[in-house]
Design a binder for this molecule. Structure first.
Ligand SMILES: Cc1cc2nc3c(=O)[nH]c(=O)nc-3n(C[C@H](O)[C@H](O)[C@H](O)COP(=O)(O)OP(=O)(O)OC[C@H]3O[C@@H](n4cnc5c(N)ncnc54)[C@H](O)[C@@H]3O)c2cc1C
Length: 396
């Protein structure tokens, strides 16, 4: 069997070998070890990340001139689906690194910043994190309070960040803090983007979240206590960080959609295996029409999600003005597909679906957060509708 999601649109001649490699890595390295990562709860698997770096999967979107694979968006998303089929927790770590910090540097970094950080990020020598959320700033991310004040050419950062994927293990944290003043708050136009290297004095990782699923990914709080950064750590304009974050999240959502589809695809494989071997009434479950309907609907939803994701990716690649709306549509649909498909996969397993003996209960837990992070689905519904209003010239 070839790569799972690949539809035959071959955008680069390198695509197929990379996808074959991703599939092999997911089958041989990720799937067999996913349960152990889940059980160990947030023990960062440094070996897996080192191998991901060696294979180039941490530099998928980095151009070859900076030591990356320079993959097109669609091939990158196919790879993410493969990795998520193997372990969704590992896939989200790869997605965050590639979709958010890498894309911010590519789009907004100076040539010096690109030369300094991109090759290390691409080779897996510098894992990156993206730190926007805070205790009081989730969906309303612009409500963040961590701040940076100028001291000569330097910046002094203070505050608390929350929910940082890769946060404790990352070598570089791309963090967003206020650069406006208490006396003159500027909302979304008062936030800067900074690159914070691990080991900088005053910067520490705090509590690890104990999560429902995706326990193979690390999610931590970060403290910034009088952290001094030189001007070379500021990305772009000091007051435009929020728009850089939103720009990156538009692409990041496609990574989450790919991840969700990988989870759904794994759940279908598990459901089929079980239905083909488990017998009741003297026949394998898969021979009952009720079971065929279930598996047929699960596969239809998965393929519909893949179709939407491809459409969204192509829209981004050709600069279609509907790209933003399609990112939300693909993320919304794929995450709800992952939830529904894993729910049905648990049902196919009967009592064993509820037991930890089979992977479907983990897949069910892993799926849930795809409806929450990189924009909870409620806000995507609103964003999609608001785009429609805008297209009709009806600004809310
Ligand atoms: C495992 C995990 C990893 C994460 N990784 C990162 C990361 O690496 N970097 C990072 O910056 N953040 C990260 N996050 C944070 C994530 O992006 C936020 O959890 C998400 O944006 C939702 O914010 P919140 O949790 O504060 O929920 P809230 O914003 O408090 O929302 C709670 C509920 O209210 C709904 N709601 C809120 N506003 C509206 C509205 N206007 N209309 C209708 N409904 C609304 C939401 O949809 C949700 O259902 C991560 C979160 C998790 C769980």
């Amino acid at each position: 069997m070839g790569p799972r999601a690949f539809s035959g649109i071959d955008l680069s001649e390198d695509a197929l070998p990379v996808l074959e490699l991703a599939r092999q890595f997911a089958e041989e390295r990720l799937r067999p070890t996913a349960e152990a990562r889940d059980e160990s709860e947030d023990v960062f698997d440094a070996d897996i990340h080192r191998e991901l770096g060696e294979l180039g999967f941490l530099g998928m979107r980095v151009p070859e001139e900076h030591d990356g694979l320079g993959l097109d968006l669609l091939t990158y998303l196919y790879v993410l689906e493969e990795l998520a089929w193997g372990d969704a927790g590992v896939a989200v770590s790869v997605s965050v690194h590639n979709s958010l910090p890498v894309s911010i540097l590519l789009a907004r970094g100076s040539e010096d910043q690109k030369r300094e950080w991109l090759p290390k990020m691409a080779r897996g020598e510098a894992l990156a994190a993206f730190s926007l959320s805070e205790a009081g700033a989730g969906t309303d991310a612009a409500a963040l309070r961590a701040h940076a004040t100028r001291d000569g050419d330097d910046w002094i950062l203070n505050g608390e960040k929350l929910w940082v994927t890769n946060g404790a293990s990352a070598d570089l944290v791309f963090t967003f803090v206020r650069t406006d003043t208490r006396e003159d708050r500027k909302g979304t136009r008062g936030i800067g983007a900074f690159v914070l290297p691990k080991g900088t004095e005053g910067f520490s990782a705090g509590k690890k979240e104990r999560k429902m699923g995706q326990r193979g990914s690390e999610t931590v709080a970060l403290t910034l206590d009088e952290v001094r950064l030189g001007p070379e750590h500021l990305i772009g304009e000091p007051d435009r960080g929020f728009s850089y974050a939103l720009e990156a999240l538009e692409g990041g959502r496609l990574g989450i959609a790919a991840q969700a589809l990988g989870i759904a695809s794994a759940a279908i494989d598990e459901a089929y295996e079980y239905a083909a071997t488990r017998e009741q009434f003297g026949r394998p479950l898969r021979t009952f029409q009720g079971m065929e309907f279930k598996l047929g609907e699960m596969l239809t939803a998965l393929e519909a999600g893949r179709g939407l994701l491809e459409r969204a990716a192509v829209a981004h690649m050709v600069g279609d003005p509907r790209a933003r709306r399609l990112s939300s549509v693909a993320k919304l649909f794929a995450s709800e597909t992952a939830m529904e498909v894993t729910r049905q996969a648990v049902q196919v397993h009967g009592g064993y679906g509820y037991s930890r003996e089979y992977p479907v209960e983990r897949l069910f837990r892993d799926a849930k957060v795809t409806e929450i992070y990189e924009g909870a689905n409620e806000i995507h519904r609103s964003l999609i509708a608001r785009q429609l209003y805008r297209e009709r010239g009806d600004e809310p």
